[in-house]
Design a protein. Structure first.
Length: 477
């Protein structure tokens, strides 16, 4: 164990790494159910496809995370990326409509696009092209990525992750947007109806969990994030039983504990449909591939740099050791995802919660990967972990990541403007890649306007142009 993960060199222990891995898993366990929901229209396109995507999510996440552990020895976890999965579902529906085929056939065609992207990333990683792209990102932007991701985590924790759905609306009521109105006799409380108590319970759970984490961290308790989430979960379950009259374990009564491998083999396992791609035109297909590649590349780069910065895993120039291996890991995970039946696999920002719990090596990632595999058998248990508990962890980690702002030179306009734009754009767009793109464009423009155009690396110009084209190029699918 010591020889493989260098625990002593990284000043950590087996216990700390395992707790950190469990913490990371708990904060991102939602993806196991949410990903198949998003990719199949919440089951509207057949239970068989839902089951297939569920298994693919577990398998691709585990394989990508294991690669991160064994190739790069980093505590980061992989899973199908949020945002990318929604875009994938949109592409599937559009291709199915254009080609006049079923959603399943469109899905199988879209898997070809993910396969091409994954293979492309493997080649670029082996040739060090992706690492060169990382090095082309200016130091100021690299420094600003971590706090920008922190705000994004807080936005997720206080927003969509802790949303409350009502019986009459498919749109959630968000905690920090709607809660205060829900406390009064106004229209929001009336609209919530029977869900009003649920809203209050979510808020109480979230803040109890947050302050529990802070208290445990102050006492230097190992696994403070994990412990705080446990306290929040207990509060939530108790509130459901006592105040809402709901059995929090009811979902376990008729739960299916056996992995539905038959559905995966029938629907998605190596089911690549090239005919549908030919029907919609290869120019359109190429545009989609490029779009997926740009978003995935910079989401992964941003997450790696931001989380590694928080953990002190970067040098003075903002470079992370074993970056090549880390980038190769998400490429391998993406190929596995395409072969089993899910969208692009990328590094998850929730990995920051495990880092904050003390995770410093690949043993943390191994633990998280094992949990993904076990979830093929215990998925009902993951489903009853309340989102409000994970929100507490995300908010806490997000606050800590804001400390990276002290490294920004606010007297340097070439740092101040890009970082400020990233701080705003990442949480608003819910895309790390978009935030980095806007930061790069603003940096390049400022350098040119201030007479320092020659100091900008050629590759930085190229990346800025690529993002400009991406932002303004209309994709008709």
């Amino acid at each position: 164990m010591e020889k493989l993960f260098k625990l002593e060199e990284n000043k950590t222990t087996v216990k700390t790494e395992i707790v950190a891995g469990l913490t990371t898993f708990m904060t991102m366990a939602y993806i196991i159910a949410l990903n198949p929901n998003l990719l199949t229209g919440f089951g509207a396109n057949g239970q068989g496809l839902w089951n297939a995507v569920f298994l693919a999510t577990c398998l691709a996440s585990a394989v990508g995370t294991f690669c991160m552990a064994l190739l790069a020895n980093k505590p980061f976890a992989m899973a199908p990326g949020m945002g990318l999965n929604s875009f994938f579902a949109t592409v599937v529906a559009s291709m199915a409509a254009i080609a006049g085929v079923s959603y399943l056939e469109g899905f199988q065609a879209a898997l070809v696009i993910i396969l091409i992207e994954g293979v492309l990333f493997i080649v670029l990683s082996v040739l060090n092209v992706r690492e060169k792209i990382v090095n082309a990102i200016p130091l100021g932007i690299r420094i600003g990525i971590s706090p920008a991701i922190g705000l994004m985590l807080m936005n997720i924790g206080l927003g969509s992750n802790a949303g409350v759905y009502t019986a009459n609306s498919a749109s959630p009521y968000y905690v920090m947007r709607d809660f205060f109105g829900a406390l009064t006799a106004g229209s929001i409380k009336e609209a919530l109806g029977d869900s009003w108590g649920q809203m209050v319970l979510v808020v109480v759970t979230m803040f109890v969990g947050l302050f529990a984490i802070i208290a445990l961290a102050h006492k230097k308790v190992k696994g403070a994030v994990f412990g705080g989430m446990g306290i929040a979960t207990a509060i939530y379950w108790a509130g459901q039983a006592i105040f809402l009259g709901v059995n929090p374990f009811k979902g376990l009564e008729n739960a299916n504990w056996l992995p539905p491998f038959g559905d995966m083999f029938e629907n998605t396992f190596f089911k690549f449909n090239f005919k549908v791609l030919a029907d919609i035109g290869w120019v359109t297909v190429l545009t989609i591939i490029i779009t997926f590649a740009i978003i995935d590349m910079f989401d992964t780069i941003g997450t790696l740099i931001g989380t590694a910065s928080r953990a002190g895993m970067v040098d003075e120039e903002g470079n992370m050791p074993n970056m090549k291996e880390a980038l190769l890991s998400d490429a391998i995970g993406t190929v596995v995802g395409s072969a089993t039946g899910t969208s692009t696999v990328t590094t998850f920002i929730e990995s920051a919660s495990g880092v904050e719990a003390g995770g410093r090596t690949g043993l943390t990632a191994i633990t998280t990967g094992v949990m993904f595999l076990l979830c093929m058998f215990i998925s009902p248990l993951a489903a009853i972990i309340p989102p409000a508990a994970t929100s507490a962890a995300l908010i806490y980690v997000g606050i800590l990541m804001l400390s990276g702002l002290k490294k920004v030179d606010f007297d340097d306009i070439t740092q101040t403007v890009p970082v400020t734009i990233m701080l705003l754009s990442m949480p608003i767009s819910s895309s790390i890649g978009h935030g980095i793109g806007l930061g790069l464009i603003s940096y390049t423009v400022i350098m040119v306007l201030t007479g320092r155009a020659k100091k900008v690396p050629v590759l930085t110009y190229v990346l800025s142009v690529i993002f400009l084209v991406k932002f303004f190029l209309a994709v008709n699918i």
